[in-house]
Design a protein around this ligand. Structure first.
Ligand code: FE2
Length: 218
């Protein structure tokens, strides 16, 4: 466990540049998710899809100590370690997180990265990505009619209480080709059953402060 203690010598000097002023935690908490397009070429996105298509090693593993919440085609969990194309994507995502979302002097990095393909009737049940601080979904291909990514409110949570997750959603994002969606790892989310035969292709990741939460720490 690593702790960071910041002591402000003069709390009344609001214009002083401090570690706290870089962190801007209120901005992070207000927003449910962040969206951007990464600008990957059709060729690169097709290559990512083909790699995902070749690996269904974690499809239909919805139980056990380490499991998936997706009821869809699912690759192994460390694609960025085995494929340079995924590592390139992860570097883009981590850079976006550091420069456009957080603006804090810590280095975050994606620890896990996997791919999925949703066909007709595929879905993901409500889940979060805790204990990771950040999670993301990138869509190489999400044709019209693709199911949305839905975020669910935790009702009744607060100091000392464990909240119930509502099946109603408070926000949804309809993906399109080349979209990146980034959100706090605590955000409960789901994907309703796909109603189209077209493939909805997603690459997902979990990010945390570098040197924390490597797989071996679990
Ligand atoms: Fe997820």
């Amino acid at each position: 466990m690593v702790g960071v203690v910041v002591v402000l010598e003069n709390q009344r000097v609001s214009s002083a540049i401090t570690l706290a002023s870089f962190a801007k935690p209120r901005k992070v908490e207000k927003k449910i998710c962040y969206e951007t397009e990464l600008g990957l070429s059709l060729e690169k996105r097709t290559r990512l899809l083909n790699i995902i298509r070749e690996d269904n090693s974690w499809s239909n593993k919805q139980s056990g100590l380490y499991f998936t919440n997706l009821y869809a085609h699912h690759t192994q969990w460390l694609m960025h370690k085995d494929h340079s194309e995924f590592k390139e994507l992860v570097d883009l995502v981590d850079n976006y997180l550091a420069t456009s979302v957080l603006q804090i002097p810590f280095r975050y990095e994606t620890k896990e990265c996997w791919g999925g393909i949703y066909g007709k009737d595929d879905y993901a049940k409500i889940h979060s990505h805790q204990p990771y601080l950040w999670a993301w979904c990138y869509y190489p291909f999400a044709p019209e009619g693709s199911a949305p990514l839905r975020f669910h409110e935790v009702k009744g949570s607060g100091a000392g209480k464990v909240g119930a997750v509502s099946s109603e959603f408070e926000h949804e994002v309809y993906p399109h080709d080349d979209l990146l969606v980034m959100f706090g790892g605590h955000r409960r989310h789901s994907v309703p059953k796909s109603t189209t035969d077209k493939e909805r292709v997603v690459i997902a990741g979990n990010a945390h402060i570098s040197d924390l939460l490597n797989k071996s720490n679990f």
